[in-house]
Design a protein around this ligand. Structure first.
Ligand SMILES: C[S@@+](CC[C@H](N)C(=O)[O-])C[C@H]1O[C@@H](n2cnc3c(N)ncnc32)[C@H](O)[C@@H]1O
Length: 287
């Protein structure tokens, strides 16, 4: 285990079971966001996201879910993701331990063909759970979205007395549309399942306050910690793979180098072409 720390942000390179058991105090976390391996065969820097049996995967998940729940403060919240096929098991396991307030769908569009012989997967499920349904943080005013109904067309709601123009904003429902992180997007990092900044912004704004501590036990590219920092929260991110820890150190500006290696964002192919074009124009100008 290796711990990197700067001001209010901690990056821990290690196995989350070990780190959760030995490094994080019980009852110390305001919000936990969990985006674990989904057991669908993704390649996490050479580590295959596939267990020998479904039972083995679920047994592993149940162990860290229980550990995570123990870390929550009494008014804490937890958001947890997994693949559509395993979410029903998570739901049944967690509802015995926490109150599940929302079963969210993160929906995205895709121009590519997902499947030809069945309906392709276009969403990922998220459970929003709290320790105490009578005492939890929910900053609804910080996550308002446009209400597409009346407001735009200045329709009048005649059910109100006196009649009023419809609200132009509302609290989002349980289907969230955010674009997936694509190769050409500024936020892109080299990771197969990076989550969008916009998704984490909604979760962190809604379920924590400035100064609160947010834990992500499967940090990947450290999107949670990155957004937590931008929103003046504290963060603890855990990740097994060194390559991804390096992304986190750079993204959070904790370090500019790792064991003598300068940490730089990988240059994407289209950026190489741009650089080549720029260089050839510069050369031409001086010829
Ligand atoms: C679905 S990804 C998380 C992506 C992340 N939310 C993001 O925005 O980039 C899951 C991550 O868990 C890491 N991981 C897998 N097993 C782990 C373990 N036992 N302890 C810590 N991290 C682990 C993988 O390397 C992978 O980066």
């Amino acid at each position: 285990m290796k711990i990197f720390e700067s001001q209010n942000h901690k990056i821990i390179k290690g196995d989350s079971l070990d780190v959760l058991s030995n490094e994080i105090a019980d009852g110390s976390i305001d919000l936990i966001f969990i985006d674990p391996p989904y057991n669908i065969g993704k390649n996490f820097n050479g580590n295959k996201d596939k267990w020998a049996t479904d039972d083995e995967y679920l047994h592993w998940c149940y162990t860290w879910i229980d550990l995570c729940i123990g870390k929550l403060k009494s008014n804490g919240s937890m958001y947890i993701m997994t693949s559509t096929q395993f979410m029903p098991y998570f739901d049944i396991f967690i509802r015995e331990r926490l109150t599940i307030l929302s079963r969210l769908i993160w929906y995205y569009d895709s121009s590519g063909v997902q499947a030809k012989k069945y309906y392709g997967s276009m969403y990922e499920p998220i459970l929003f759970c709290v320790n105490d349904p009578n005492n939890y943080i929910f900053n609804s005013q910080d996550i308002l979205v446009e209400a597409k109904t009346g407001a735009k067309r200045k329709l009048i709601d005649y059910r109100k007395n006196p009649p009023q123009v419809y609200n132009s904003e509302k609290v989002p429902g349980n289907v969230w549309e955010f674009a997936r992180v694509r190769y050409r997007m500024d936020e892109y990092e080299n990771h197969p399942t990076q989550k969008p900044v916009a998704l984490l912004e909604r979760i962190i704004k809604a379920s924590s306050n400035a100064g609160d501590t947010i834990l992500d036990p499967f940090s990947g590219t450290f999107t949670t910690s990155y957004v937590a920092k931008n929103l003046n929260r504290k963060s603890i991110g855990i990740e097994l793979q060194e390559e991804y820890v390096k992304i986190g150190l750079r993204r959070l500006k904790i370090s500019e180098e790792y064991e003598g290696e300068k940490l730089q964002k990988e240059i994407r192919t289209f950026e190489t072409k741009k650089i080549q074009k720029h260089n050839s124009i510069t050369v031409n100008l001086f010829e």
